[in-house]
Design a binder for this molecule. Structure first.
Ligand code: NIG
Length: 381
């Protein structure tokens, strides 16, 4: 494969524990990062790109999205902005539209959103089922998702479909649905929240998924305090996502675990929730990731930069903490060691900002700053 030498780098964020953040550096990559070091001693390569003083960093790792959907919920958003509370029941609107859509329409909608994310610097993306909620619809969601996303999560336990008996539905999820979907996915998730699945139901789903060999993720503590974080930590989930309402016990549990606290600030703003206690989590020693939670109901954005800007301006993270959360820690939330950093050997996911430093992500809020993107060494923008 062709090698590319990147020169003229204003600031290079590697996320490598030894290399850190460099100035005067150059980078050589094929589909992997081959070399990082001082520009003055860069080896020759097949091609050379001068980025003229711009900042270079790893591509974003968006570890939480729901992109397998059809339909639109603008009216629900407008009602919310007029004062109505966010309720998980809106999920059912998307379930109806998703069930009615053709495979081609679902795939096209997913591909369009993935392309939109890549154009903004996202090079690894997770997405979920969860708007099908029948065996056939969950399987086709998983199958289509696996064609377009890096990581796929089974979220049959997103909502008890209207009219279904909760116990019967959980039995379906942990039985026939899990059996049929498991071959297509790496992860399983449950929406552990009042109005969705309670602690016992969530535990049943997670334990069944674990027994099938799937990794675990949890939607927890989004709309109020509850058992989600505790359960995620107890069962060794890779990530517990939302974490908007946390007790001190939750924060301590996360700090003493390998479970990543994945924060979704775009969702909290769009649903008029408080922003998650990111500073408390970091100060306690928890691993914090940021993700977009792109979905048509609670967070309709593919922008990782928006989450970073919010984390810095409103959640009091440093720019470095926020960038780490959206790259390296997103990778940790997906238990991936090949992405989220630019150490030699990492996948060549390279994001060039149209700015001299990552500080501009917060200093210039709302300005599209992605200048160039390579994913696995292939130019995507
Ligand atoms: O992560 N919380 C549950 N699921 C999504 C919302 C999905 C929807 O409203 O359609 C979330 O916010």
């Amino acid at each position: 494969m062709t090698s590319t030498l990147v020169t003229g780098i204003g600031e290079l964020t590697t996320n490598d524990p030894e290399l850190g953040r460099l100035t005067g550096a150059a980078l050589v990559f094929t589909d992997r990062v081959e070399w990082v070091g001082p520009a003055s001693s860069a080896p020759a390569a097949d091609a050379r790109v001068d980025v003229e003083g711009r900042a270079v960093l790893p591509g974003w790792v968006d570890s939480h999205t729901h992109l397998l959907f059809a339909g639109d919920r603008t009216a629900e958003f407008e009602a919310r902005m007029a004062g109505q509370a966010y309720a998980a029941g809106g999920i059912a609107v998307t379930v109806d539209a998703t069930r009615a859509a053709s495979d081609d329409d679902l795939a096209a909608n997913l591909a369009r959103h993935v392309a939109e994310a890549v154009a903004q610097g996202t090079t690894t993306i997770e997405t979920k089922t969860g708007y099908g909620l029948t065996v056939a619809d969950e399987v086709r969601s998983a199958r289509i998702a696996a064609e377009h996303a890096d990581e796929v999560t089974f979220l049959g336990a997103h909502l008890v479909p209207p009219g279904a008996d909760p116990d019967e539905y959980v039995a379906l999820v942990v039985g026939d649905m899990l059996d049929a979907v498991a071959p297509h996915v790496r992860w399983a998730d449950v929406f552990c929240e009042r109005g969705a699945f309670d602690e016992d139901q969530s535990r049943a789903v997670l334990e069944a998924a674990r027994a099938k060999g799937l990794g675990l993720r949890v939607h927890g503590n989004q709309l109020g305090e509850g058992p989600g974080v505790r359960l995620a930590v107890e069962l060794g989930a890779a990530s517990v996502d939302h974490c908007t309402h946390l007790s001190d016990v939750d924060v301590e549990a996360l700090a003493g675990s390998d479970t990543v606290a994945t924060l979704l600030p775009a969702c909290d703003l769009s649903t008029r929730q408080p922003l998650p206690p990111a500073r408390r989590l970091l100060d306690a020693g928890a691993t914090v990731a940021l993700a977009s939670n792109c979905n048509p109901g609670s967070s309709y954005t593919t922008s990782m930069a928006y989450g970073i800007t919010t984390a810095v301006l409103q959640m009091r993270l440093t720019v470095e903490e926020a960038v780490t959360a959206a790259t390296l820690n997103g990778a940790k939330a997906l238990r991936r060691t090949d992405v989220g950093h630019l150490s030699p050997g990492a996948r060549a996911d390279v994001h060039v900002l149209d700015a001299p430093s990552t500080t501009h992500l917060a200093y210039r809020p709302g300005v599209p700053l992605t200048h160039a993107v390579w994913r696995a060494g292939v130019r995507r923008r």
